[in-house]
Design a protein around this ligand. Sequence first.
Ligand code: MN
Length: 288
Amino acid sequence: MTPPPISPEAALDALRQAAEFNRTDPIRSGSLLKFPDYGQVVMTGDMHGHRRNFEKLCRYAMLDRAAARHVVLHELIHEDSVPGQPDTSWELLIRAAEYKCRFPEQVHFIQSNHELAQLTGQRISKGGRDVVAEFADAVTAAFGRDGPVILAAINELIASYPLAARLPHGVWLSHSLPDAQDMDRFDPRVVERVTFDPYDHQPGGDVYRLVWGRRHTPRLLERLAAAWDVNTFVIGHQPQDTGYDVPLDRLLIIASDHNHGVFLPIDLSRVATVDMLVSSIRKFVEVA
Ligand SMILES: [Mn+2]
């Protein structure tokens, strides 16, 4: 067995400490991150194990030199691996945990459906493969007898994630939004809670609906905007071959998981329309 690129001790340390930093994040209220009205937040889309884009993001953000800059990460695991090759996206998750430990007040995670599925053991098929089982197998293959304890620490990290973020001038950040058809059954106050029942994470649960929804309508956005006191939504979850899309006039979807992926720096001190956000989109290919 080739040794993993990070020792089990260092990985455990990073995962557990990052989880604690998530739980005690000073801008966290319930399961919502409330950003201040100064500085900048760099929103990303799904990353799915894309280490090169993550490294570019770190180089761009220069968090050591910009104390008022934040980075929001989500859906880091479950890469499109070559058939027969292990899913190594656990490396990205551990790197991101280390990043959180280095900059606990600047790096933030939010919940996604792939990570939630890893936590609950729910099966997700991608091209006929069960990516949840393959991820667990890959961690066990990489860490040997430390595999189970690493997987438990990964679950602790995922369970510590907040659900969404609100910026001061009416911008909402989350992995996705509930389906329009579920709006009447979805409780937007789920983001105010800290603890969840297993049911919340299962189909029909509010956390599940928030991270899994795909069918959005102007009416849904209007209701969520009123419930959360925002105007504009930035999410990931739906693949974007060209990096982003504006499917509805107050909804921007971005993707960070391929070579045409993008990220979005947002000025926290100013009001931003969707058009302004779109003009701020940066492509990973432009970052050295
Ligand atoms: Mn997703």
